[in-house]
Write a protein that binds this ligand. Structure first.
Ligand SMILES: Nc1ncnc2c1ncn2[C@@H]1O[C@H](COP(=O)(O)OP(=O)(O)OP(=O)(O)O)[C@@H](O)[C@H]1O
Length: 487
């Protein structure tokens, strides 16, 4: 049985399980096939136990089917597959083989990195959250020049985080990390769309670590800050201090890692810091707007390391959670909000929690100034402009109808499994427009197109970007759609 069998098995499982389950438990597994025995390597004990309990039986069945009815023996252990047991990129292999901090190759600082250094300046080190009125900054125990950079928002704790189906796993994993930093989930990689609570959870972990162990060094920063500091350190000939500082913390929290894209020197520096921390048993937590493998212009070896701990998605909250969040936020602001009013707002604002909070703040401010009670008609009036904007927002439905009409095909064709060119290209265009013009995540878009996988959507988006450069017809079509849908 060739070792690609595991990859085929993964393809089958990918279609069977929801993306979050697949990405969290199955995708990080590595395989090694020897003498009819398939060894699966899990990044940590937790993943291993979970897979054993929940998925192993199904894995065996799929392998049996793929192997003409003969089941290979499957065993699991914690660790990484031996070198060359799976097709991995060259850089990954070299990292695995060394298992230690590598010699630095001295990548150049790119123009982009210089740009970040200038724009990040000195005062933007802390992620200001203008939408949160209770935002307070608490410096944590850090040293020297970098002191001003590491702040935790005291308002972002586990207590103030409302749990729901959409964030349950992320919250549980975060709590575990806070209780046992540097333990089984290292690194913790939290990903998901904008305004869904990734930063909140990250700060909650940091705050909890400090609460449990006063004096713990927790460094929180956005990835741009890391880039800016590194460039500055290079300019000032202080790169050793930079390294020493970042490698001395108990926990390093890096927000929005996607901004490392194309910043080669920073990626390299971060890679070494990352290795040093992991080897030292120090915790690394990273947030990103997408799954590690989907980050473009990021080194493979870095992406692969992100998957060594636990990767968890934060999804958009469903209605009940949105209501609970509104009730909690109103309570924190000492405002009485009826559940009817909370439902009304939660039904209207569905994009993300940040917008939800913004809408609530607007309603509260209006009620405060006018002395009115917060009722659905009052909310409707207060949020008039915001709701008008939302109504104007493009829906996937609308995109599908517009694209189908334009190419003279049926919407059902776009959702079907048909693969003829007359259907696949319009489908890719529609997927790409959905990504560009709506707030839906890749898995949601995939679902809306006949239950396709999020990687298919990603592929469609890339393809359309490419075609717009090489095919004037597609470029013109796309521009027409943008005009049709947004004006
Ligand atoms: N489950 C939740 N309970 C309470 N508040 C929440 C929850 N989820 C998000 N929020 C609030 O929503 C706001 C936006 O959250 P946050 O900044 O953590 O989002 P994010 O996922 O990091 O977004 P971005 O990708 O833009 O960085 C914050 O004020 C946060 O407190």
């Amino acid at each position: 049985m060739p070792n690609t069998m595991w990859h085929q098995c993964l393809e089958v499982l990918r279609d069977e399980f929801p993306a979050q389950q697949f990405n969290t438990w199955l995708r990080p597994l590595q395989s090694d096939l020897r003498e009819g025995q398939l060894m699966l390597f899990a990044p940590n004990r937790f993943v291993m136990d979970w897979v054993n309990e929940k998925y192993l039986r199904r894995i065996e069945e799929v392998l049996k089917d793929l192997n003409g009815g003969q089941a290979p023996r499957v065993n699991m252990k914690v660790g990484s597959a031996p070198r060359n047991s799976e097709p991995v990129s060259r850089s990954e292999v070299s990292v695995r083989s060394s298992g230690a901090v590598q010699e630095e190759s001295g990548s150049r600082v790119t123009e982009e990195e210089k740009g970040v250094a200038v724009s990040a300046g000195d005062n933007t080190s802390v992620r200001a959250k203008p939408s949160n009125p209770s935002y307070e900054r608490r410096p944590v125990q850090v040293e020297g020049d970098i002191k001003h950079q590491s702040f935790l928002n005291e308002g972002f704790t586990f207590d103030t985080f409302v749990e729901g189906k959409s964030n349950q796993l992320a919250r549980a994993a975060s709590m575990q990390v806070a209780e046992n930093p540097g333990g089984a989930y290292n690194p913790l990689f939290l990903y998901g769309g904008v305004g869904l609570g990734k930063t909140h959870l990250m700060h909650a972990i940091g705050n909890e670590i400090v609460r449990r162990k006063p004096g713990a060094k927790v460094a929180y920063l956005r990835s741009e800050r890391f880039v800016a500091d590194m460039v500055k350190a290079l300019q000032l000939n202080a790169i050793n201090e930079f390294k020493r500082y970042y490698r001395s913390v108990d926990a390093l929290l890096i927000d929005d890692i996607q901004f490392f894209a194309r910043k080669e020197r920073s990626q390299e520096e971060f890679f070494h810091t990352f290795n040093a921390l992991l080897e030292g048993g120090q915790q690394v937590i990273v947030t990103c707007d997408r799954f590690p493998k989907e980050i473009v212009d990021m080194e493979e070896r870095l992406k692969s390391r992100f998957g060594w701990g636990l990767t968890v998605m934060v999804e958009p909250p469903e209605l009940e959670t949105r209501v609970a969040i509104l009730m909690k936020k109103a309570d924190q602001a000492n405002v009485k909000l009826s559940s009817e009013a909370a439902f009304f707002i939660a039904q209207k604002i569905r994009s993300n929690v940040r917008e939800l909070e913004g809408a609530l703040r607007l309603v509260i401010a209006n009620a405060h100034f006018t002395g009115s009670e917060i009722t659905p008609p009052f909310i409707r009036e207060s949020l008039k402009d915001l709701l008008a904007l939302h109504e104007k927002q493009v829906s996937i439905d609308n995109i599908q109808r517009t694209v189908a009409e334009y190419y003279k095909i049926k919407v059902a064709d776009l959702l079907s499994k048909r693969r003829t060119r007359t259907v696949t290209r319009p489908r890719q265009v529609a997927m790409s427009l959905s990504k560009e013009l709506t707030n839906h995540s890749l898995p949601e878009i995939g679902d809306a197109f006949g239950g396709r996988d999020h990687t298919t959507v990603l592929h469609a988006c890339k393809k359309i970007v490419e075609l717009q450069e090489t095919d004037p017809g597609i470029r013109e079509d796309y521009q027409n759609f943008m005009r049709l849908l947004t004006t």
